[in-house]
Design a protein around this ligand. Sequence first.
Ligand SMILES: *Cc1c(COP(=O)(O)O)cnc(C)c1O
Length: 341
Amino acid sequence: MAKKDIDWANLGFGYIVTDKRYVSNYKDGAWDDGAIVDDPNITLNECAGVFQYAQTVFEGLKAYTTEDGHIVTFRPDLNAERLEESCRRLEIPVLPEGRFLEAVREVVAANEDWVPPYGSGATLYIRPYVMGTNPVIGVKPADEYQFRILVTPVGPYFKGGAKPLTIRVSDFDRAAPHGTGHIKAGLNYAMSLHAIVSAHKEGYDENMYLDPGTRTKVEETGGANFLFVTKDGKVVTPKSDSILPSITRRSLMIVAEKYLGLTVEHREVYLDELGDMAECGLCGTAAVISPVGCIDDHGRKIMFPSGMEEMGPVTKKLYDTLTGIQMGRIEAPEGWICTIK
Ligand SMILES: *Cc1c(COP(=O)(O)O)cnc(C)c1O
């Protein structure tokens, strides 16, 4: 066993095929035992539920090499819990939490050589997903499903430092209809693609989606939750039933309170009050926190005092503390770090 010969520090965020993946199939009302397999391709019937009615959900987490050389994952129990919620909402049978955690462990261990070394800035991205596999043409849930986990090494999100983003207030609604906005499903991402492509064309990095009912409250971007720091140093993050409950955001709220002694507010946040904020960031597994320098609300530019050159000071402390916990440099709260080997 030897680490793959990869220029870890210069990896991007793209798919690289690795050696092993995990597969388990659901048939006749039960999940099979599951196995690690070699084939990265999936062969399905043309009428499979996933193709016709987009019956598929996913998760995303990472494996890290710690300072003392262990391979760990970060709060994978919360990914299991969230996948379960997503599955219930799309009438997909649930893989028990114990099975999920064991599958993550097995697939990371089987791809040990693909886990980037400590200090490279790179990590192993882990993507669990479930799909309806048998033919479905009448509108109903499939009867058979496949659960898979693929892993792929990804580079440091911020090459040469974190440059603050420019975000626009979107005229599109993020969430697919019928309250599916709080689950992690490809259908929500499919609905965000047009908005993101047009934002990029117009020179913005991301979209800020508002609550579709009143269009006065901040929800999230296509794939990350907002976190704000007020001018008096409080951490504020939007509360809404149609926001995906980010594990990074939930962890940062605990870090802010317990490690940095800050006041944290999880509440409705109005577009109107953003001018009172000192810092803004986007939270998610991929980047931990991406700083935001400017929000453009139809030509009205909200410039955060932290500026367009670097992360704000509180954002930076949050980033350093959470990544320190993930990389084993700072003691983690009980149960946050799951050691694979
Ligand atoms: C995955 C995701 C996030 C970030 O969640 P993490 O658990 O922190 O990675 C935020 N919003 C949406 C819509 C997502 O799909």
